[in-house]
Design a protein around this ligand. Structure first.
Ligand code: ZN
Length: 423
């Protein structure tokens, strides 16, 4: 028997309130769904034990359970509810699994409806990944319907075995590794996001990896929905293991924030569950940005090689080299390019506050430029190219001369007076 528990389209709920409205201070905490700052207290803060991940085996154990801070706040932008005192590491998922009870008749009907929804959109030999698969019941059923497909269930509490056509992996899903490795037609992520410290950031990881990939990544997300719970002020929903409580509005805000194409967003199971299908396509702009950055990385490696070789030549020649500038960008250049104190001991700086201090990392004593009047340099190296014009003018003012000024430009040291550069 098929039971369709979906109630569509989603309709707004009204929030009940008692007493007169009063202003509440806005806390500048970042919303874990939409990423904007600004929350207000949603439930009076208190401390309670874990509610679902730990089943005490005696009355004394139950009463002695550690208590955790519950301070549920609500985002003033998207309406998301979350525990601002939540720490994911405090929930002992590795000691006890967190399996959903899937046997209720109507809940089974919901699972069947979702399975049909997913199967309809898949090719004949699909690759399906489920993040946080629990006992894998959904994947096992899907594998039965599509025996030619490949099905992977990720869950840190699962044993790494292959059963009923499903390869279970007892590990966390790592977008950078597993998206490239498995290239799934769909990723299913049901009743996982509400447990995470940063659900939006987790989703963003998948979207970003997809954006620089070659094929779109489709996802089915499912989370509990608190639209009704808020509208009737139902208290039982808010416990430690569920950090996040999505409303239709906050899930939509999170999906918009992450990007991609929202194919559907619906409420199911008497409006107590939200389900969304999203498509994260490859993004040309991001791929171009990544390619451009690779170009910069390669150029910077070439610059280090070229400048290093030029410095080696300078060090071998019988010339006195002075470096003008000893902190900030000059120090950064000297450490990067190997302007060491043995080969290049003379460093001067225009700023008298820096005199008699030492170059971070390389250790030359920073001196007044006037030292070059008494001990002239043949070559003055100015690491901060964009300040070279001012420094050349200062040299003329102080009466400092040299045979050549060198600056860094386009992956090498060039002559400031005769070289081709924009400074
Ligand atoms: Zn928000």
């Amino acid at each position: 028997m098929s039971i369709d528990t979906r109630l569509a389209p989603a309709r707004p709920f009204r929030v009940i309130g008692t007493g007169a409205a009063r202003n509440q201070d806005v806390d500048l905490v970042e919303c874990v769904a939409c990423g904007r700052q600004g929350v207000t207290t949603f439930l009076e803060p208190d401390k309670r034990p874990l509610a679902t991940i730990w089943w005490p085996m005696s009355e004394s154990e139950a009463k002695a359970m550690r208590i955790y801070p519950h301070h549920f706040v609500r985002c003033i932008h998207c309406g998301h509810v979350f525990n601002k005192s939540f720490t994911y590491a405090d929930v002992p998922y590795t000691r006890k699994s967190n399996l959903m009870f899937n046997q209720g008749t109507y809940w089974k009907g919901h699972l069947q409806a979702i399975r049909q929804l997913l199967l309809r959109s898949l090719p004949a030999t699909p690759v399906v990944v489920e993040i946080g698969c629990g006992d894998g019941s959904l994947l096992r059923e899907m594998a039965k319907s599509m025996p030619a497909g490949k099905f992977y269930g990720f869950d840190p509490n699962a044993a790494s075995v292959t059963e009923d056509g499903v390869e279970f992996r007892g590990e966390l899903f790592e977008p950078n590794t597993h998206l490239r490795q498995l290239r799934p037609d769909i990723i299913i992520c049901r009743h996982v996001l509400e447990h995470l410290q940063q659900p939006m950031r987790f989703l963003e990881q998948i979207a970003v990896v997809a954006s620089v990939g070659t094929t779109p990544v489709r996802m089915y997300l499912e989370v509990p929905c608190v639209d009704r719970a808020i509208s009737i002020c139902r208290l039982s929903d808010y416990y430690y293991e569920h950090n996040s409580h999505f409303t239709t509005s906050s899930l939509r805000a999170m999906l918009y924030r992450v990007g991609g194409v929202i194919e559907s967003l619906d409420r199911y199971y008497c409006d107590e569950v939200l389900g969304a299908v999203i498509n994260y396509p490859p993004e040309r702009k991001m791929k171009e940005a990544a390619a451009e950055t690779l170009g910069h990385l390669q150029s910077s490696q070439q610059a280090l090689t070229n400048i290093g070789a030029q410095l080696d030549v300078l060090a071998r020649r019988d010339v006195r080299v002075a470096v003008w500038g000893g902190t900030g960008k000059a120090s950064s250049f000297m450490n990067l390019c190997g302007v060491d104190s043995n080969r290049f001991p003379c460093v001067v700086d225009s700023d008298s506050d820096k005199w008699n201090t030492y170059v971070p990392g390389t250790g030359q004593c920073i001196q007044s430029p006037n030292v070059l009047l008494h001990h002239p340099a043949d070559i003055i190296l100015i690491p901060m190219s964009w300040r070279a014009r001012d420094i050349a003018q200062e040299m003329r003012r102080r009466g400092i001369t040299c045979s050549q000024i060198l600056i860094e430009h386009q992956m090498q040291l060039v002559d400031f007076e005769s070289g081709d550069h924009p400074y």
